[in-house]
Design a protein around this ligand. Structure first.
Ligand code: ADP
Ligand code: MG
Length: 362
């Protein structure tokens, strides 16, 4: 089911100050997609999710789920959470410790007074889906963190919601379990084919789980795109910086042309293949991800974007060498094959493909 949000605003007042949690948010979430709200802590993700669910009352705007308007200040509509037909999984699993797995999952159906054989059928089907068959009688507290999270997912799914919403559901798991549970969740959601809205501040979760990512900052949506577009094609520094490690090289547009736009930068002239709206003279930054910097051995030839630098640091991290190369006075972080023969202190030639250089406008 599609979700459309129009001009949604929400402010809080705390200690005499006004906090703008959501500022005029416009958003369309396509049906049957995994849609992620990504942004730093405090940017308004939870507030937006709670407004969609109906746990928070916005100051102004409109929210529609499918064809039904569930909130509108203009039309004076507020549909309470239990009538919105949504499922939610919270950061803390919020499963009940005094209940076994079956009762935890059955709870939403019991509150709707469904028939007990019907409840049993639905709970068992859902537990099967999240791969917890046979766990019905297990006390909820006797489960691992990952299993508890699957119980929370089952409870959100059992009532067959139109939309499922997640608020940082993996943040309480340790790193390894988080990775496993993320993969599990991904395959569950792909199989379900329902609209899922997923909130996280973790870029790896956002990139790996989502069909679409919306990056938020200070109560606003700053960019919406596929994980690929957000990672490679953003022309906003905030987005490029938040979504991954990157070098930002300050410069000015020299010439705009085909196939390259040339930037005069602190490390010299950089050829960029990607288009931007920048005209000559404009101050910009060129974004290059550390994995796209290559170390050239031997004759550097006369290719484009070749620079001389000094290896300032080099750290072996198992699957790569990571470190810093200084070009003129500009430090660049890089990530290269662990088999590359380079040493700390060495003068080297490096290059990067014009195709991998993004021009950041703001
Ligand atoms: P996120 O989930 O992205 O970390 P939140 O939506 O929780 O951000 O919060 C957005 C902003 O609103 C923050 O500045 C937060 O401190 C503030 N905020 C959230 N809930 C309340 C509340 N109940 N009272 C006052 N301020 C709040
Ligand atoms: Mg939050």
């Amino acid at each position: 089911m599609e979700i459309s949000i129009r001009r949604l605003s929400k402010t809080y007042s705390a200690e005499g100050k006004t906090i703008v949690a959501l500022a005029d948010v416009d958003l369309k979430i396509a049906a049957n997609q995994i849609f992620t709200l990504l942004g730093p802590s405090g940017c308004g993700k939870t507030t937006l999710l709670r407004c969609i669910v109906g746990l928070e009352m916005p100051d102004a705007g409109e929210i529609a789920i499918g064809d039904e308007v569930v909130f509108s200040t203009e039309k004076d509509i507020y549909v309470p959470p239990e009538k919105r037909g949504l499922g939610m999984v919270f950061q803390t699993y919020a499963i009940w410790p005094h209940m076994n797995v079956f009762d935890n999952v059955a709870y939403p159906l019991q509150t709707r007074n469904e028939r007990s054989d019907e409840i049993r059928r639905k709970v068992e089907r859902t537990l099967h889906f999240v791969q917890l068959d046979g766990f019905e009688n297990r006390p909820a507290t006797k489960l691992s963190g990952g299993q508890q999270q699957r119980v929370a997912l089952a409870r959100a799914l059992v009532a067959e919601p139109k939309v499922i919403l997640f608020d940082e559901p993996l943040s309480n798991l340790d790193a390894k379990l988080r990775e496993e549970t993320r993969k599990e969740l991904r395959s569950f959601l792909r199989e379900l084919k329902i609209t899922a809205v997923y909130v996280t501040h973790d870029r790896i979760e956002a990139l790996s789980l989502s069909d679409t990512v919306a990056v938020m900052k200070s109560g606003r949506i700053v960019e919406v795109g596929t994980p690929w577009e957000i990672y490679f094609d953003s022309d906003r520094r905030f987005v490029a910086d938040f979504i991954g490690r990157a070098n930002f090289i300050e410069g000015r547009v020299a010439t705009v042309g085909e196939p390259y736009t040339m930037i005069d930068s602190t490390i010299g002239a950089i050829a960029c293949e990607k288009k931007s709206g920048a005209s000559p003279g404009k101050a910009v930054a060129v974004c290059i991800r550390p994995e796209f910097i290559r170390v050239l051995k031997g004759d550097p030839g006369d290719g484009r974007n070749i620079f001389q630098g000094r290896v300032e640091s080099l750290v072996f991290v198992g699957d790569a060498y990571e470190g810093e190369i200084r070009v003129n006075e500009t430090p660049l972080i890089f990530r290269i094959e662990p088999t590359t023969a380079v040493r700390e202190g060495e003068e080297i030639a490096l290059c990067f493909d014009p195709h991998h250089c993004s021009i950041l406008l703001s």
